[in-house]
Design a protein around this ligand. Structure first.
Ligand code: ZN
Length: 144
């Protein structure tokens, strides 16, 4: 049983009609670097898919697949215009932290016309995850 009853994972500030828990995607040891992604149907207000992306820093032999990349792949194979992508991180305390797309994911989003469909959360509000000067991805930083 979980003895820490005070701990509540912050829920993303969007209207979600299906019962959706992020408990399984939260890991206190890697929460600062792991990115949670969801596919959200903005018409039905349902979460269609969700997952977790860990950086390649944990395992150098594996190429890490970024959350946006996985989510864009999913959206493209399902081809729904109502799908939006949301990405964020959790702090150790379970609060939602913004995650902006890195340079590589920004390129990918622009290539497939997803720039205005990828969001993150800042101060409890939805905002675009695609920004003017995207941060370099962790992988590139390690290689440099
Ligand atoms: Zn990325």
């Amino acid at each position: 049983m979980n003895t820490n009853t005070d701990f509540i994972l912050e829920h993303p500030p969007i209207n979600i009609k299906n019962n959706c828990s992020f408990d399984k995607l939260y890991n206190i040891d890697s929460c600062n670097v792991s990115v949670i992604w969801i596919i959200y149907d903005k018409r039905k207000k349902l979460i269609i898919n969700k997952g977790l992306s860990r950086p390649c820093g944990f395992n150098h032999r594996k190429i890490s697949i970024h959350a946006e990349q996985k989510a864009i792949e999913y959206c493209r194979s399902n081809n729904s215009r109502n799908y939006e992508i949301y990405i964020w991180r959790y702090s150790k305390a379970g609060d939602i932290k913004h995650k902006y797309s890195c340079t590589a994911c920004t390129k990918l989003a622009k290539k497939y016309n997803y720039s205005n469909r990828i969001f993150t959360f800042e101060n409890g509000c939805k905002c675009s995850a695609i920004i003017e000067n995207p941060p370099l991805s962790l992988c590139y930083q390690i290689k440099d």
